[in-house]
Design a protein around this ligand. Sequence first.
Ligand SMILES: *Cc1c(COP(=O)(O)O)cnc(C)c1O
Length: 376
Amino acid sequence: MINVFQPDLGAEELEAVKRVFASNWVGKGQVTAQFEAAFAKYIGVDGSLVRSVNCCTEGLFQAMSLMEIGPGDEVVLPTISFVGAANAVLSCGAKPVFCDVDARTLNPTAALLEERFTSRTKAVLILHYGGVPCEMDEISSLLEGRGIALIEDSACSVASRYKGRACGTFGDIGVWSFDAMKILVCGDGGMIYCRSSDLARRAEELTYLGLMTKSGLASATDSKWWQFEISCGGRRAIMNDILSAIGMEQLKKLTSFIARRREIHERYTERLSEEGWLRVPPAISKECESSYYFYWIQTKPNVRDALARYLKDMGIYTTFRYYPLHWVKFYGSEVSLPNAELAAQSTLCLPLHHSLTDVEIDTILRAVLDYRPHAG
Ligand SMILES: *Cc1c(COP(=O)(O)O)cnc(C)c1O
């Protein structure tokens, strides 16, 4: 089976893990601090604004606490979002309010976000679908002076930039994921960017039991080093040096990962853009850099479902991300969001990962093109 997503871990990562084993310290330590600093540098922000976290979902949950979102508040997010984003909103007693997306990019737009604003809107939580940046100028000016926080789920957009600025650094909080299915893979792990270093320090306390690591308490209790004070009843949600060592190596390879993904993306578009029965993703604006996390085609709904089954029988796994959250009964949303509903029935994500071989890409393309006579 050709996988739709796949990590690319090699000898360098194994060597880095060996060094951590040999150091006798596998918990959160020096290597994690190095990884945080290297990641901050990569996204072009000061190191004091970035902290690691055990996963991006936890980062989304922490974002709610950091923005002091609670009962009575509403958070607007695109219905085409990761399930953990809505769960994070629910967890703090606030209400997730789902908005529509552009039918072609599957990104939320300023206008679609604004449609769902009420006097209770406390934050918007956007997602850069497939690694293609949202229209950040429009979203930033929508939020300006309104007292509405901006949280960016940057799990798909580790290398994405809008007018040169990294996705995840436009708002109050940005979160990234390094889970097994992402581009930069540590097995698990994530990062949180915060607008201010005070907020980042708070994030560090929230993810480590509320312990006040930078309070100076440690030196005050030199003679009784077992004493401590906490600032809140925080959880423990940290990355360790084993994961961070893998992350350091993956970060070094990230530029070449993205270059290969871009090549595959362009190859798909080149071969599929002339097909009348399907649509390729919209061209990426010259002002933006994508992470090329998804490659998606769009067909008539009945064709999408049959094509997905056909490709699976041919040993090619495809999927659709992300199933609209307003269709998930648990959230109890009764809104109708026509663009997202159409996209959810017509969009198929083809395999896209940097270990795909040219032969596999040809196999995928041939299978899709062979389907044309059945597409009506
Ligand atoms: C994977 C993913 C997450 C969650 O990341 P984890 O590190 O697995 O918790 C959040 N948002 C999006 C868009 C994702 O794709």
